[in-house]
Design a protein around this ligand. Structure first.
Ligand SMILES: [Zn+2]
Length: 291
């Protein structure tokens, strides 16, 4: 029966899985861990149905403890009624295994790479108004990844601080599956999708970086700063401190692209996207910028 249960557990319909994630705060209900399994609270052999209210999230350890009987059902049930991440408002941190003397961040087909040159090498592939949205530090064989994702309301929803990943429970959906972390604002609306390739590489091919009315749209093969229709494709920055540097920085950062003043807005970007499409249709090459 164990096998049958496992097989069926994997086939929980996706909307049901999402409902469970939302209700459980995108983490193990007991410890908040962002890596978890879907666990039927009732014996599968008895219920044989996938109802969101009857399914909870448990990390490997707590799942094993529950299956083995060390974790009483009542404790799991209590945690399910009051999940760890919803109590805390933020997920339990998860440590990413980045290391080494070289780092590569690919964003929309553009690459930002650096090698450890001693004294704590740093790089800010994307920085807006003094906040590095993506930052790398290389020191003593450690590659430390830093990242902040803001939502449409300018609130930070996802952090990676020196390889420690944690998120708020505010977004509509967050999922870490395999090496891919996806934050969704709504059905079919991805805020950011990040692919981790430890020990030395990170790839971001879909989503948007938002900060103070700046929107940097990332697609598999390009970046579009929608505020001023700046289009970046196949650019490569190597061993330079600043990548895409937008807005006011108290300590000026040299970058391979610096935009000090940029029109700000929050919201509609249809016009820019239409403009871009018209340009692309006319001549796809002309709007490529190269470093
Ligand atoms: Zn747990």
């Amino acid at each position: 029966m164990g096998n049958a249960k496992e097989c069926n557990s994997r086939n929980i319909p996706l909307p049901v899985q999402r409902e469970v994630r939302q209700r459980c705060g995108f983490g193990c209900v007991i410890c908040g861990m962002p890596l978890y399994e879907y666990e039927h609270m009732e014996e599968w052999s008895q219920v044989q149905r996938h109802v969101a209210d009857e399914i909870t999230l448990l990390c490997d350890q707590h799942h094993r403890e529950k299956t083995g009987g060390l974790l009483p059902k009542e404790v799991a049930r209590e945690a399910n009624n009051n999940p760890y991440n919803l109590k805390e408002g933020v997920s339990k941190p998860y440590n990413l295994y980045f290391s080494g003397r070289e780092a590569c961040v690919e964003i929309g087909g553009n690459s930002f790479t650096c090698e450890d040159q001693g004294y704590g090498t740093a790089m800010a592939p994307i920085s807006v108004d003094g906040t590095p949205l993506v930052g790398l530090i290389l020191a003593d064989g450690h590659f430390l990844l830093n990242l902040i994702i803001f939502d449409e309301f300018n609130a930070p929803v996802l952090h990676i601080k020196n390889n420690q990943l944690f998120y708020s429970v505010a977004p509509w959906d967050i999922q870490l599956v395999g090496t891919t972390l996806t934050v969704r604002e709504a059905h079919r609306k991805i805020l950011i999708e990040i692919d981790f390739h430890p020990p030395g590489k990170v790839v971001i091919n879909r989503g948007r970086f938002l900060r103070n009315g700046v929107e940097i749209l990332v697609r598999p093969r390009n970046i579009l700063i929608t505020n001023n229709a700046t289009f970046l494709s196949e650019c490569h920055a190597h061993n330079c401190y600043g990548g895409l540097i937008i807005g006011h920085h108290q300590q000026p950062i040299g970058g391979f692209m610096r935009l000090d003043s940029i029109p700000r807005y929050l919201g509609d970007r249809k016009e820019v996207l239409r403009f871009e499409k018209e340009c692309m249709d006319k001549d796809p090459v002309i709007h490529q910028t190269r470093n």
